[in-house]
Design a protein around this ligand. Structure first.
Ligand code: PLP
Length: 431
């Protein structure tokens, strides 16, 4: 596959931007190659600067659940665009998206829109601290909650991928207020939350982890987290930036039947434009300025183009049969993928899937937390990634990420991916 134009662009990009990118994993460092530059996308397909076509399993890291350039979303953006791009004043489009979000998520009585998932989690933790008057945050190893200082210890996503232990520039004084414990370990969870010395404001969790690769919560784990936090007066925050509107219209909280106090959203709810949101119980949300003393603001928050794209997306997702259809397609694809792995790489991979998000880990598994995920052979994933990309399949350029099924992928797209997977697994077997 010729990627000469991408290579040229990467040289130029590196001259002006650190690593040539505006988000680290995009640079493809951990998979041992250079990035290809995207020219455009439509439906399930991405086209690069050299005109090569790919079937997309990254979906812009989650948002594009309808595929790229969905006609209803494009029409909504165009209509909003004609009226102006930003006013710094309230618009009715914010009410519409807030109405759709609160209707889908009963635990979210009020919501505040922001411009990224990072802002959502950072603000939710500030609110939890402001509301409770306590200081400590408990998180899980390998969960990623954006790049705010408090979360950059044992974080997932690019932090794992690049092998950065935490991050320089995050002061000890901040890190000492964050406690990171293993995912899916009920005993440690209970010990930590019950520790009377700790003064815990909140527990934040990805209800399905997506940033150490896909890891499902063990049966009863989310329920235990809910029960303990309720008993101890600790605020339970679900970071549903990936899972919100991905697992079900009501996100992981509907899928598993557990209601958090606060929820963070992002990705899908912006329909492909920059977005984040946090929401929850009225009594907590009313502590935010201007109704309450906890300060949080944003020049471009509730941007009218984003609100329009988000609302158009959520309306499509609300059509009857959307999620059952996506589940059927995902289940079938995952079964075929597991079949290929079993045939060519028996006992060498683990496929974790929840609804339309999945990861093939290059380790016998099982993978149930950060330390078992870290057993994965990342060099093997890198080789798999390069095979797949060279044959027109667009996967995440890192082992510890999710592959997403979108509504736009056809059976033809999926069988093309399976054919190339078979070719790649055969190659890996012979290495
Ligand atoms: C992507 C992600 C974030 C951060 O969102 P950004 O919009 O990239 O800042 C936070 N939490 C989770 C679970 C995510 O997957």
């Amino acid at each position: 596959m010729n990627i000469a134009r991408s290579q040229e662009l990467f040289v130029q990009a590196r001259r002006y931007m650190p690593g040539g990118v505006n988000s680290p994993v995009r640079a493809c460092k951990s998979v041992g190659c250079e990035p290809v530059f995207v020219e455009r996308a439509a439906g399930a397909k991405i086209y690069d600067a050299d005109g090569n076509e790919y079937v997309d399993f990254v979906c812009s890291w989650g948002p594009m659940i309808l595929g790229h350039n969905h006609p209803a979303v494009v029409a909504a953006i165009k209509e909003a665009l004609a009226a102006g791009t930003s006013f710094g004043a309230p618009t009715s489009s914010e009410i519409e998206l807030a109405r759709l979000v609160t209707a889908a998520l009963p635990s979210v009585e009020k919501v505040r829109f922001v411009s990224s998932g990072t802002e959502a989690t950072m603000s939710a933790v500030r609110l939890a601290r402001g509301f409770s008057g306590r200081s400590k945050v408990v998180k899980f190893d390998g969960c990623y909650h954006g790049h705010a200082d408090s979360f950059l210890i044992k974080a997932g996503s690019g932090v794992i991928t690049l092998g950065i232990p935490g991050s320089p520039g995050v002061p000890e004084d901040i890190v000492k207020n964050t406690i990171s414990i293993p995912y899916n370990d009920s005993t440690i969870l209970e010990q930590t939350l019950r520790d009377p010395e700790l003064d815990i404001a909140c527990l934040i969790i990805e209800p399905v982890a997506g940033n150490m690769g896909v890891v499902a919560p063990a049966p009863g784990f989310l329920q235990l987290a809910r029960q303990l936090t309720s008993e101890l007066g600790i605020i339970l925050i679900f970071d549903e930036v990936i899972t919100g509107f991905r697992l079900a219209l009501g996100g992981a909280q509907e899928y598993y039947g557990v209601r958090p106090d606060l929820t963070c959203l992002g990705k899908i709810i912006g329909g492909g434009l920059p977005v984040g949101a946090y929401g929850g119980k009225k009594e907590i949300m009313d502590q935010i300025a201007p109704d309450g003393p906890v300060y949080q603001a944003g020049t471009l928050s509730g941007n009218p183009l984003t609100m329009a794209a988000g609302a158009a997306t959520l309306r499509e997702l609300g059509r009857p049969g959307f999620y059952p259809e996506l589940e059927k397609k995902s289940a079938r694809f995952a079964a075929q993928l597991a079949e290929l792995a079993h045939r060519y790489l028996p006992g060498q991979t683990t496929l974790n899937r929840v609804a339309s998000m999945m990861t093939t880990f290059f380790t016998p598994g099982p993978v149930s937390d950060h330390s078992t995920a870290m057993q994965a052979d990342t060099a093997r994933y890198a080789a798999h990634y390069r095979h797949m990309r060279s044959r027109g399949i667009w996967l995440a350029p890192a082992q510890f990420e999710a592959a997403f099924i979108s509504a736009a992928q056809t059976e033809t797209d999926l069988s093309r991916a399976l054919d190339q997977t078979e070719w790649s697994f055969k190659n890996l077997r012979n290495q």
